[in-house]
Ligand binder design. Structure first.
Ligand code: SAM
Length: 182
């Protein structure tokens, strides 16, 4: 009886500890908000406009991998790579990956050190200050016609192909900015 009580106590302590670590991680590190299912649907329809099978999608700043794994479940024929420089978040993403039938490749790396030349689709949900620097990297590395989808924040100099209102009912909705590399 005491052993069972101690086991339950241990599990509770571990769960509380995990929450504390995740909350500290959010405050001490870069923001960690997942893309919603509504936005996921929009991204999927953008990908489905093209011949996506066996092509390469990169989520720059994938956090704990929720977006990549939900996308992979819907489009198992798409090769998906998630990149994030946060050890804890990538560890959680890799752990979650084990429980999924269709696998995503998760890489712990600064997105600025990740080679983008094989990408056919790029997705970002990042702070606006990062986008001008990323734009330079995209100019250097992306192949022509790579589809770039930026949630909420945009590339300062690229021509926007589509600007999709993400929450049409909201007065101040965010947008998904869609680009094609020239
Ligand atoms: C808001 S989350 C986006 C999560 C996921 N892409 C989604 O849409 O659900 C942004 C993530 O980008 C990561 N990030 C920001 N700057 C980065 C950098 N320079 N290199 C790697 N990851 C970065 C953060 O660690 C964070 O986990």
């Amino acid at each position: 009886m005491i052993a069972l009580y101690l086991l339950v106590l241990l599990v509770v302590v571990l769960i509380v500890l995990a929450y504390v670590i995740f909350i500290l991680d959010i405050f001490l590190w870069k923001h960690d908000i997942d893309t919603s299912d509504d936005v996921l649907k929009i991204v999927i329809s953008e990908i489905k406009e093209t011949d996506y099978k066996n092509r390469n999608f990169i989520d720059l700043g994938c956090s704990k991998g929720s977006f990549c794994l939900r996308l992979k479940k819907q489009l198992p024929d798409l090769n998906i790579v998630g990149v994030d420089d946060n050890r804890l978040r990538i560890l959680v993403a890799k752990l979650k990956n084990n429980f999924h039938k269709h696998k995503v490749t998760f890489v712990r790396k600064d997105i600025f050190n990740h080679d983008l030349r094989s990408a056919n689709y790029i997705y970002t949900y990042l702070w606006p200050t990062i986008l001008p620097w990323l734009e330079e990297k995209f100019n250097d590395e992306l192949e022509q016609n790579t589809k770039v989808m930026c949630n909420e924040t945009f590339l300062p100099n690229w021509e926007i192909k589509k600007q999709i209102k993400l929450f049409p009912k909201k007065k101040f909705s965010e947008y998904l900015f869609v680009y094609l590399k020239k």
